[in-house]
Design a protein around this ligand. Structure first.
Ligand code: ADP
Ligand code: TRP
Length: 332
């Protein structure tokens, strides 16, 4: 039996380098491996916790879909869909919510950090927090468990969510017998948290991102903005402590990376290192950027691919949902 791999990205901003390196790139590598079944999706209902403008929702959702395809996802071999086109996810989400201890969700980091922010600002603890934010990990557990997922490639910030999905699956299995596979996360150790322009985690929420499909001139400017220390060009630099080198490695060949490692150790100016980074990134992105732009002007094609993916997904989710309903004692 092939192992099931699954991951989603929510459409709350443009795809950035952190998304690519933390989630999309490892997911694409797994998709190339014949021993896995892969399910990748646009987590639009997760996006709804934040995006309440319909035009923006639409644009950002197409953007996420086009990014996956432009970077090489083959929708014939992977199952590629929009979360909102697979209604069984929501049915399962309610069922799982009846197995999710509220205390566990109180400790989920996204909710907890909003509460802490409110407390620090002297506001009511739940001020501005919608229930979607609170129950976010349950919907994510439904995404994962409905596909009998074994591996979830994500960035470090999502580890807790995968663990919550495991906990919920275990409680359900304990009550009704083996039903759900217990998922595991897959983390890219070296770049599990890619820093953004200001040194904090690169995130749409911090406005410190480098969008992947930025046009070359803007890309160059953004790369120049990456924070570096004040060491002089001649000073030897530790490549393993540098974001510039970490990024360079993601886009360069192994020979190029070894050469750059030597140059860091001998001493390279940050300006020069950034220029080299821009060059490898830009040549890697040339083709995906064109694909992306083309797909973004061809919404019907994107819709057709995604709807087809949802049909493929539901071949699994409809029968499995029936089995789950039967187990909990409902008519199916
Ligand atoms: P954001 O933090 O910008 O809102 P998302 O939460 O939509 O990003 O993340 C989508 C995927 O990309 C997740 O698997 C997440 O872990 C990964 N990811 C996001 N930012 C980074 C980062 N800075 N480094 C590594 N992975 C990241
Ligand atoms: N919560 C993830 C994020 O913010 C997106 C997501 C939704 C996801 N459902 C998922 C990731 C299922 C992996 C598996 O990035």
């Amino acid at each position: 039996m092939k192992k099931q791999v699954l991951t989603g990205i929510k459409p709350t901003g443009r795809i950035h380098l952190g998304n690519y390196i933390g989630a999309i790139k490892p997911a694409l590598q797994l998709a190339e491996n014949q021993s896995y079944n892969t399910a990748y999706f646009v987590a639009d209902y997760h996006g709804l916790t934040k995006i309440h403008n319909p035009i923006e929702m639409k644009e950002l959702s197409y953007g996420v879909a086009a990014a996956w395809l432009a970077l090489g996802l083959n929708p014939d071999s992977a199952t590629f869909y929009r979360q909102s086109d697979v209604p069984e996810i929501f049915e399962l989400s309610w069922i799982l919510s009846c197995f999710a201890p509220k205390g566990l969700l109180n400790r989920a980091h996204a909710y907890k950090s909003l509460v802490e922010e409110n407390q620090n600002g002297g506001k009511e603890v739940d001020s501005g927090v919608n229930m979607g934010v609170f129950t976010y990990p349950i919907l994510m557990a439904a995404d994962i468990l409905l596909f009998q997922t074994e591996l979830v490639p994500v960035g470090k910030d999502q580890i807790q969510h995968v663990e919550i999905a495991r906990d919920i699956a275990e409680s359900f299995n304990k009550q009704y017998g083996e039903t759900f596979v217990l998922p595991e996360y897959v983390i890219q150790e070296e770049t599990s948290v890619l820093p953004g322009l200001d040194g904090r985690k690169m995130s749409k929420s911090y406005n410190n991102t480098i969008p992947l499909f930025e046009e070359p001139n803007k890309l160059r400017k953004l790369i120049n903005k990456i924070k570096t220390d004040s060491s002089s060009p001649e000073e030897p630099k530790n490549p393993d402590a540098s974001v510039i080198f970490a990024l360079y490695k993601e886009f360069a060949s192994s020979d190029q990376s070894e050469e750059m490692r030597r140059r860091f150790q001998q001493g390279i100016g940050w300006g020069e290192a950034k220029k080299e980074l821009f060059n490898v990134m830009n040549s890697f992105l040339e083709v995906p950027r064109l694909n992306y732009e083309e797909l973004m002007t061809n919404r019907d094609r994107l819709d057709a691919i995604l709807l087809n993916g949802a049909i493929k997904a539901r071949k699994k989710t409809i029968p499995f949902m029936k089995e789950i309903k039967r187990k909990i004692g409902m008519y199916h």
